[in-house]
Design a protein around this ligand. Structure first.
Ligand code: GLC
Length: 442
C-alpha cells in the first residue's frame, strides 16, 4: 500500500458515509436502499468506530428500535418518510403481535452480525465504558440469539432455518435460486414466464431503475420473491404456520457460519460483564458448531447449504463455502482446504477476489449481484477468518488486494472479479465503512 494513496481512499469513504448518514442511522445507498438494514448497519458501525465512536454506537442502538418483543431483529427498519408508504405496506409488520407499535419493519431477519459489531465498537472503548456498552447491548443480543434457536431451529439440530432469500443477505445466491425454482414458484409466475409477461414487474422494481437489469435478479425471480414475501405476510410472520406448509426452508451455510462466530462473541460479551448465558442457549450454541460438519460434502470436498425439508445438500457452490473460516470452528486441516479453493483459479482465485460464486459454477456471471461479483463485506469476513486461523500473510494479501480494488474502482456495491469494474449502485455504505476499517486495522 502506498502512503500517498491512503488519505484519498479514506476521504472518499468518509464522504460516502456522510452522504448516507441520516442522523441516527445510515442508509446502505441513497436512492436504492433508503431505509436501515440490519447487517449493513453492523458493517457500517465497524467502520464508523474509527471515525466517531458515539455515532457508531448510535448506528447499532438504532437497530434495537426495530426489535420485536419476541426477540427477532428485522432486516429492514423503514424510514417514516411519507414517500415510502408502499414499502411499509408491502411488509405490514403490524400483522404480527410482536412487532413494535410505533415503527414499521420487515418481518424477517438477516445474518447475525450484531455481536461482532458490538465487540468491534467495544474494542475502541476503555474498560469501564466498554462494560457499560456491553451491558447496554447484551439483553437485545441475548433475546435475538434465543429467538433464532427457539423459532428457527424447531428440531434442535443446531442449524437455523431461513424462509426467504432476503434473510441470507446473499439474495440471489445459486442455492436459493434452485430451491426457489423447485419449491416456491407459484403457477401464475410460471405462466407469466411462459407468456413473457414477467416484464410487468418492472413497474414496481426500484433496483432496475438505478442499476442495469443484467446486474440484478431476473424479473421472474423478482416475482417469485415477491410472492414468497406475500405468503409470509399472509401467515402474519408466524414461523410455525409458515414451516408447517412450506417446502421452501433452507439451512443457509453463510448465515449459520456467521451465527457460530456471533455465538462466540456473545459468550465473550457475557463474560466481560459477568453474566452467565442460559444453559439452554449454551447447549444450542455447541450443537451449531457440531452441526456445521453436516454441511460438509466429502466427495465434493466443500461445504454446502442444505434444504431443511429434504435434508439434502444443495450442491451449488458459492463463496459461502469459504465462510466456515469465519465461523472459526472447523479444523486447521479443513481450513487449509478452504484456502486452496480461495487460491484456485478455477474457483475463487480470480484477479479481484473473492467472487461470490466460483468461476467454474454454471451460474458464474461477473456482474450479476450475488452470482459472481466481489462484495467487500464477504472479503472482510474471509480476512478476519484467515487471521484467526493464523494465515496472516494470506489475510494481508487479500486486505491489500481489496483496498487496491477500491482505490481503482470506487465505493460501489459490488465489482467484477475479472476486470475489477464497479457494478451495482454507487456510494454503497458498507463498502465505504469496511474500506475505513481495512485501512485503519492494517
Ligand atoms: C441487497 C443485499 C443485502 C443488503 C441490502 C441493503 O439486498 O443483497 O445483503 O443488506 O441490499 O444493502
Amino acid at each position: 500500500m502506498t502512503e500517498t494513496n491512503t488519505p484519498d481512499l479514506l476521504e472518499i469513504a468518509k464522504k460516502v458515509l456522510k452522504k448516507n448518514d441520516r442522523g441516527q442511522w445510515t442508509v446502505p445507498a441513497p436512492e436504492l436502499y433508503p431505509h436501515q438494514w440490519l447487517w449493513d448497519s453492523c458493517f457500517i458501525a465497524i467502520g464508523l468506530r474509527h471515525l466517531d465512536i458515539e455515532r457508531s454506537q448510535t448506528e447499532l442502538t438504532s437497530l434495537l428500535r426495530g426489535q420485536w418483543s419476541n426477540g427477532m431483529l428485522p432486516n429492514i427498519i423503514f424510514s417514516k418518510d411519507a414517500q415510502y408508504h408502499e414499502d411499509r405496506e408491502l411488509w405490514s409488520s403490524r400483522v404480527n403481535p410482536y412487532s413494535p407499535a410505533d415503527i414499521a419493519t420487515s418481518g424477517i431477519t438477516q445474518p447475525p452480525m450484531l455481536a461482532e459489531a458490538t465487540v468491534r465498537v467495544g474494542e475502541k472503548l476503555k474498560m469501564p465504558d466498554r462494560r457499560s456498552w456491553y451491558q447496554q447491548m447484551y439483553p437485545a443480543l441475548l433475546e435475538y440469539h434465543q429467538w433464532l434457536y427457539r423459532e428457527r431451529d424447531p428440531h434442535k439440530e443446531g442449524l437455523i432455518i431461513l424462509v426467504h432469500p432476503y434473510e441470507s443477505g446473499l439474495d440471489n445466491s445459486p442455492p436459493w435460486i434452485s430451491e426457489l425454482r423447485k419449491h416456491s414458484m407459484p403457477k401464475w409466475v410460471r405462466l407469466f414466464e411462459k407468456l413473457h409477461l414477467d416484464f410487468i414487474v418492472n413497474f414496481f422494481r426500484r433496483d432496475t431503475r438505478h442499476v442495469p437489469a443484467g446486474q440484478r435478479i431476473s424479473n421472474v425471480e423478482a416475482l417469485a420473491y415477491w410472492a414468497a414475501l406475500r405468503r409470509l405476510r399472509r401467515k402474519a410472520y408466524n414461523w410455525e404456520a409458515i414451516l408447517s406448509r412450506s417446502l421452501f426452508a433452507v439451512e443457509d451455510l453463510a448465515f449459520n457460519a456467521i451465527l457460530i462466530r456471533a455465538n462466540q462473541l456473545l459468550t465473550q460479551i457475557a463474560k466481560t460483564i459477568g453474566e452467565e448465558l442460559p444453559a439452554e442457549l449454551t447447549k444450542a450454541m455447541a450443537r451449531s458448531e457440531k452441526a456445521l460438519e453436516q454441511l460438509w460434502d466429502e466427495d465434493a470436498g466443500q461445504y454446502y447449504t442444505r434444504s431443511f425439508i429434504s435434508h439434502k445438500l444443495v450442491q451449488d457452490s458459492t463463496v459461502a463455502s469459504l465462510l466456515p473460516l469465519y465461523a472459526g470452528c472447523v479444523s486447521q486441516e479443513r481450513a487449509k482446504m478452504l484456502l486452496n479453493a480461495l487460491y484456485s483459479p478455477k474457483k475463487f482465485g480470480l484477479r479481484w477476489p473473492v467472487p461470490s460464486v466460483p468461476k467454474d459454477s454454471p451460474y458464474f456471471n461477473e456482474l450479476k449481484y450475488w452470482q459472481g461479483p466481489t462484495w467487500i463485506n464477504i472479503n472482510w469476513l474471509i480476512i478476519d477468518g484467515l487471521e484467526r486461523y493464523g494465515f496472516t500473510a494470506e489475510a494481508q494479501m487479500l486486505r491489500e488486494r481489496t483496498l487496491e480494488l477500491l482505490r481503482n474502482s470506487g465505493m460501489n456495491e459490488y465489482f467484477s472479479p475479472l476486470s475489477g469494474s464497479p457494478a451495482g449502485t454507487e456510494n454503497f455504505s458498507w463498502t465505504a465503512a469496511l474500506a475505513v476499517d481495512l485501512l485503519k486495522t492494517s
